[in-house]
Design a protein around this ligand. Structure first.
Ligand code: NAD
Length: 515
């Protein structure tokens, strides 16, 4: 991403502030490139501090003086569902854009990522409708009273997302915030901002939201993003990205005691139990690892395999992975596309060298595929390391690329200990035909999500988030929606006479009458 003046024929996208599109201050832009070809795709406005100030002011005014926070929950739910229907009509366009922008195979964006995002948007509206009031028990201490919790929107939310899974990330930020009546300043990653921009354009065209409720700023994380999260008029920060940046954001938000939710990195286990059906478990573990070329926070990058099955499982994994087609993301036959950038590929390659140096055995891959198709893009072969030590950096650090660490265990207790021996705790999967055993293991994993005989299934009804350094707070489900609200306890007294309020005697002088 390079800052440069906006002077080309590429599609160009501005900032969306207070219901209008405009250039960034000084007409600063950056170029977004296609990971598969390195070709420029679009120029995008790069917001200055003054631009961020205006976006925050618009969101603040829309929250403090606009109708949105006070719009009934059912109305907001209806609007989100109308929006989801409009987006559905544009799903093929969004799928292609996501594939070009993020290098994600069109098969994945068409059949999973975009439909999943739209399903989430429908669901957030529905969930929000169910949860604004929480009844409390009647009480007679100190007087007869009825109470309930009213959920108010949190306020002005800064929302920052990464480049991976970008469309779904945008929906799972905007959906819950809007469903609960917040206003938003939203910043996508500079590496893959185009479906987020398309989404905001569709919101704008729909005319469904009041001015200033959604604002879009684009620009470098270290400048635009950091200034946004530090802004005193922002009430809540919702961040998805790396643990390193998440840590920084938490410290930046501390002086104003902003509410912060963080969805961060992972190094999730995929545990094959001794009774696993290997036909399904091997494919499932490979899906957990290589979907989106391993560039998913919840990817099952550490696979634990019983010693008794180890050689057979490796043989099957290698044979099956050889069948993957690495290629052009726009080709429906492609299984694995390029990595998001050359920089990302360099970083992943450094881990491959490290794995070798640490003594792990390279069973497959480890190199760039060769041939004219691959020359211009950031492609890398799916890579499998065996005999990996769980304490090695290969097994402990998030690589965010197609590098699988397969680790041997002797008994299930050891598998659980090794799986939990990580600074992360985002997700995990268990492969077994014995559901009782699988459930026992699931309940011992220190992670936010456990799938039994599946992986990557993101359910908008279920909370998603991390233990340990994988984050704090939850997104999705009722728990995720509540993160965008503050609880107000409303107490309604039913003891409508002075005598019934004996506890007032603790302060007030006695009275003679019953008034
Ligand atoms: P990143 O942390 O580099 O960037 C994420 C976002 O933060 C981008 O929009 C970036 O511009 C912005 N940013 C960067 N520095 C900032 C700063 N100092 N202040 C404010 N904003 C800043 O992450 P990435 O490389 O874009 O994404 C990959 C990471 O995201 C991986 O670690 C992955 O595990 C994580 N991730 C987590 C989840 C989850 O739900 N837990 C989901 C997807 C991705």
């Amino acid at each position: 991403m390079a800052l440069e003046p906006s002077n080309s024929d590429l599609p160009s996208h501005g900032l969306y502030i207070n219901g209008a599109w405009r250039d960034a201050e000084g007409e600063r832009t950056f170029t977004v490139t296609e990971p598969a070809t390195g070709a420029a795709l679009a120029r995008v406005a790069s917001a200055s501090r003054a631009d961020v100030d205006q976006a925050v002011a618009a969101a603040r005014a829309a929250f403090d003086h606009g109708p949105w926070p006070h719009t009934p929950y059912y109305e907001r739910a209806k609007i989100l569902q109308q929006l989801a229907k409009l987006l559905e009509e544009r799903a093929p366009e969004l799928a292609e854009l996501e594939s070009r922008d993020g290098g994600v195979p069109l098969r994945a964006t068409t059949f999973n990522d975009i439909p999943l995002g739209l399903h989430m948007l429908h669901t957030f509206g529905e969930l929000a409708r169910r949860s604004p009031y929480e009844p409390l028990p009647w009480t007679d201490f100190p007087t007869l009273a009825w109470s309930f919790v009213w959920r108010q929107p949190y306020g002005v939310c800064a929302q920052i997302i990464p480049w991976n899974f970008a469309f779904c990330m945008a929906i799972w930020k905007l959906g819950p915030a809007l469903a609960t009546g917040n206003t938003v300043i939203f910043k996508p990653s500079s590496l893959a901002p185009l479906t987020s921009i398309a989404l905001v354009k569709m919101i704008d065209e729909s005319g469904l939201l009041p001015r200033g409720v959604v604002n879009l700023v684009t620009g470098p994380g270290g400048e635009t993003g950091e200034y946004l999260v530090s802004h005193p008029n922002v009430d809540k920060v919702a961040f998805t990205g790396s643990t390193e940046v998440g840590r920084k954001i938490m410290s930046i938000a501390a002086p104003h005691l902003k509410k912060v939710t963080l969805e961060l990195g992972g190094k999730s286990p995929s545990i094959l139990l001794p009774d696993a059906d290997l036909d399904k478990a091997v494919d499932g573990a490979l899906f957990g690892m290589f979907y989106h070329a391993g560039q998913l926070c919840e990817a099952g990058t550490r696979c634990f395999v019983p010693a008794s099955l180890y050689d057979e499982v490796i043989e099957r994994m290698v044979a099956r992975t050889r069948q993957f087609r690495v290629g052009d993301p726009l080709d429906l036959a492609t299984d694995i596309g390029p990595l998001i950038s050359f920089k990302q590929r360099d970083s992943v390659e450094r881990y491959i060298q490290l794995g070798r140096a640490e003594g792990a055995q390279l069973a497959l891959g480890g190199a760039r595929p060769s041939g004219p198709l691959y020359d211009q893009g950031s492609y890398l072969e799916p890579t499998i390391f065996t005999h990996v030590n769980n304490t090695s950096r290969l097994a402990q650090e998030e690589i965010f690329g197609p590098v699988f660490a397969v680790i041997r265990y002797d008994d299930i207790g050891e598998a659980i200990t090794l799986a939990n021996d990580s600074r992360y705790g985002l997700a995990g999967s268990i492969w077994s035909q014995d559901y009782q055993l699988a459930l026992e293991v699931a309940r011992r994993l220190r992670t936010g999500t456990v799938w039994i005989n599946d992986h990557h299934v993101l359910n908008p009804y279920a909370p998603f988030g991390g233990f340990k350094e994988s984050g704090t707070g939850r997104e999705m489900g009722v728990a995720g929606l509540l993160e965008y609200t503050q609880a107000t306890h409303i107490h309604v007294d039913f003891q409508q006479n002075r005598a019934g309020k004996l506890w007032w005697d603790a302060l007030l002088p006695p009275v003679d009458d019953e008034g």
